[in-house]
Design a protein around this ligand. Structure first.
Ligand code: GLA
Length: 385
């Protein structure tokens, strides 16, 4: 199969008659542990995966962008000086990033330079592996290259998040954009979502990270997501703190009595998930992969029972995964309501694991899952071709 990298380079040449001088790339991600904690100023432990969005491009002297998406078979043309929302699809992520970069202090939209480019990716859309963050960061890399902007991963992640929040209108936290911008090959990244400090934690060679796509897609995710956020914010107000990050397990035990049952369970998930995520990063750093697996199992239970963002297919996938030899732990990953789970598996058992889980899931659920071992890759990059 042709890789998206080759496809965009080839298509650029076919369309323009010249080779693309630049190639921007940004990866999707899988989160090992720490879900629904980022918008509570908490901790997450994702890794960038070896699937990405690629843009082959040539800078322009003016503010025009002419882009072709190989995945959506669609062209888009706009001018960074006259940005208007027009569509719902991929183009709005590209336009939104141009808007956010243009708003950046000291960088008026007029000084952004455009580009001609071809885009493609192999991060499945809607699976919970952050194809939109990958598109945003690849776009940011493209504009940074054409407009001579310094590449600061944290700052670019913030701008991409702003594009998604305010231009696209999805109220996400910072995790997806930051890991796509700042991922480190061979490592997971512990992110403090308040300070945005990161700590790269090496993944031991003896384990494989396996993505388990249930082949279900999330419906209603935006409204459910916003509802969870609102509850967490209400709980923080009751505790008298800025965010649930400021509540530890002891404070929760002492002072959660005044919360209604649902809000209390939502808050308990966030408080315990933050503790688990910090513990998992330490355990991973110490090479204690069994402990990491146990924490992942506990995380799934908490997301399922307290935060209530799992669904039956995700639960079944996780149960099947855990029953296999060599599986250290498994959990749903990302926002939930569909999409992917993730498992930590002894590397020498990984092949047997993927075959067995795929077979059993298909038998039980009657959907064909998509299961693969993924490698932790580097964050967004720019290549001179
Ligand atoms: C989505 C959001 C992230 C994060 C996760 C849940 O992926 O984009 O910001 O909140 O859900 O952990």
């Amino acid at each position: 199969m042709t890789s998206p990298r080759e496809s965009v380079l080839r298509e650029f040449e076919r369309r323009t008659g010249t080779k693309a001088p630049l190639l921007a790339r940004a990866p999707g991600r899988v989160n090992l542990i720490g879900d629904h904690t980022d918008y509570n100023d908490g901790f997450v432990l994702p890794m960038a995966i070896d699937r990405a969005v690629w843009i082959a491009l040539r800078p322009r002297d003016d503010g025009r962008v002419t882009a072709h998406s190989l995945d959506f078979h669609e062209d888009a043309t706009f001018d960074v000086r006259e940005l208007k929302r027009e569509h719902d699809g991929w183009v709005e992520y590209v336009r939104g990033v141009a808007w956010a970069l243009g708003l950046r202090a000291g960088h008026a939209a007029g000084s952004l330079r455009g580009w001609e480019g071809v885009l493609a990716g192999d991060v499945p859309v809607g699976a919970g592996l952050s194809s939109s963050a990958a598109l945003e960061l690849a776009t940011a890399r493209a504009f940074a290259a054409t407009s001579a902007l310094a590449w600061n991963p944290t700052e670019m992640a913030r701008l991409a998040q702003r594009a998604e929040n305010e231009w696209v209108g999805v109220n996400c936290g910072i995790m997806d954009q930051l890991i796509s911008a700042a991922g480190v090959a061979g490592h997971a990244l512990l992110i403090d979502c308040r300070s945005l400090d990161t700590r790269a934690v090496p993944l031991p060679d003896e384990v494989a990270v396996v993505v388990l796509d249930t082949a279900t897609r999330r419906g209603l995710v935006d409204s459910e997501y916003n509802e969870r956020r609102a509850r967490c914010e209400a709980a923080a107000r009751t505790f008298g703190v800025k965010a649930l990050r400021d509540v530890d397990e002891r404070m929760f035990a002492e002072r959660s009595g005044s919360l209604d049952d649902v809000t209390r369970r939502r808050a308990r998930h966030v408080v315990t998930e933050n503790a688990r995520t910090l513990a998992a990063a330490d355990a991973l750093a110490a090479g204690d992969v069994r402990r990491v697996g146990t924490l992942m199992d506990e995380s799934h239970r908490s997301l399922r029972d307290d935060f209530e963002v799992s669904r039956p297919e995700l639960d079944t996938m996780v149960e099947i995964a855990r029953a296999q030899q060599g599986c250290l732990g498994a959990r749903m990953t990302g926002a939930g309501f569909g999409g992917c789970a993730v498992a930590l598996v002894a590397r020498d058992a990984a092949e047997q694991f993927t075959n067995e889980v795929a077979k059993r899931y298909e038998e039980q659920v009657r959907l064909t899952p998509y299961i693969y071992v993924c490698a932790a890759s580097a964050g967004a990059s720019l290549e001179k071709v």
